[in-house]
Design a protein around this ligand. Structure first.
Ligand code: SF4
Ligand code: SF4
Length: 403
């Protein structure tokens, strides 16, 4: 794609990276077939090719309309387009570099900023997320059915095993997941322990990895959280222990810590080390697949929902489904596995109607093989799908045990 970006922008490293990304696009449109908003709305400007063109035009003109802003806001950042692009356009990097500039040209409305602040404040801290959840559970019977199903019931949390192995994996607690479904990390801890790896909980992190804030455009808050977490986690990784993130959305975001803090003279090196240490549980447990089996009472016939963050951002497409099949599950075929379910961090809260449309489409595909259960790998997808799913939706770590 031909570009004419302003000289002042091209004088910066970021500007040159934006130009490289834009010029890699050959306008073929293959990415549109993989894009959930294009599939849903059928508008070129709500597909990746159109969004790339909008970014280019806004940066060249130094001006962006509210319409441009709305089309870019509707992007889920799912990266299905990046995975589908034959030309190798780094769409995620382009968004990360271009969006802050476009937001300065067309700032979000006051109402939108207030909503973003409210969501981040309510969910981005473990303590507050717990309080909010406790309040929602207290009034659960009074809520409308759609909302009621979004409030997870409290479950029993198995005890955390004592540290007894030389091999260790660092397992940060996170925010929403630890409040809504603490059984997931407890299941991961028991599984690791049975496989000869002791899970370690870091002190000093307050919860969120910053993915939620980043998604909401609160980039300084996201950086502050990254700094706090790097300080808490880096010392625990000195002996080469992996940093296990049981929510793929968090894993994908923490993998970006190196890039996020590249300009920080004190933390850049540690941030890169933290990012390199991130492992999705699939990566850590694949070598042990022969020792995994379905947990008692779990249906054997399941549909696997691989989150976009796991498939596209972490590059693990197909790996969770294959691992669960090796563990003894019958995994039913799921059409359109690349299409987002509509959760996408805080996106489902900001675009509830579109999110419901994507969820309905995803649930139809997941139900095609009549599974007894849906397995997934990200708490956001789990809570979003569970609100309308005809069968239970569970994190896969709660479905397996070590033989
Ligand atoms: S598939 Fe890649 S090269 Fe083709 S239009 Fe989309 S981003 Fe551009
Ligand atoms: S990131 Fe997802 S929603 Fe955004 S343009 Fe790409 S495929 Fe479409």
């Amino acid at each position: 794609m031909e570009t004419h970006l302003p000289e002042a922008l091209l004088a910066t490293d970021e500007g040159r990276a934006i130009e490289r990304a834009l010029r890699t696009c050959v306008h073929c449109g293959f990415c549109n077939a993989a894009c959930p908003t294009y599939q849903l709305l059928g508008d070129e400007a709500d597909g990746p090719r159109g969004r790339i063109y909008l970014i280019k035009t806004a940066l060249e003109r130094g001006a962006a309309s509210a319409g441009t802003r709305a089309h870019l806001d509707r992007c889920l950042h799912c990266l299905a387009c990046q995975a589908a692009c034959p030309s190798g356009v780094p769409y995620g990097e382009l968004l990360a570099l271009a969006l802050p500039r476009i937001e300065r040209l067309a700032p979000p409305s006051r109402a939108r900023r207030a909503l973003a602040r409210l969501i981040a404040a309510a969910l981005g801290r473990r303590g507050r997320a717990r309080t909010l959840l406790a309040a929602a559970r207290a009034v659960r019977p009074l809520l409308p059915p759609g909302l009621r199903r979004r409030v997870p019931a409290p479950g029993t949390v198995p005890p955390w095993p004592p540290a007894r192995h030389a091999a260790r994996a660092v397992l940060p607690a996170g925010c929403v997941q630890e409040a809504a479904a603490p059984g997931i990390d407890a299941a991961a801890a028991r599984l690791l322990d049975a496989l000869g790896i002791s899970p370690v909980r870091p002190d000093g992190d307050g919860g969120c990895c910053g993915a939620l804030h980043d998604h909401l455009g609160q980039r300084e808050a996201a950086r502050a959280l990254a700094r706090r977490n790097v300080r808490a986690w880096a010392p625990l990784l000195a002996d080469g222990a992996p940093l296990l993130m049981t929510a793929s959305g968090c894993a994908a975001h923490v993998r970006r810590y190196g890039a996020l803090l590249a300009g920080d003279p004190d933390l850049a090196e540690d941030a890169a080390r933290v990012a390199a240490a991130v492992r999705d549980p699939v990566e850590l447990l694949e070598p042990h697949a022969g020792r995994l089996a379905p947990a008692p009472g779990v249906p054997r016939r399941i549909a696997c929902h691989e989150p976009c963050t796991q498939r596209h951002a972490l590059g693990l497409a197909g790996r969770l489904t294959a691992l669960l099949a090796r563990a003894g599950f019958e995994t039913v075929p799921v059409p359109e596995p690349h299409l987002c379910c509509g959760s996408a961090g805080a996106w489902s809260l900001l675009h509830p109607r579109l999110a419901a449309g994507l969820r309905a489409r995803k649930l139809e595909r997941l139900s095609a093989g009549s599974p007894g259960l849906v397995a997934t790998a990200n708490i956001g997808c789990l809570l979003h799908l569970q609100a309308a799913a005809p069968v239970p939706v569970r994190h896969w770590l709660e479905l397996v045990e070590a033989r």
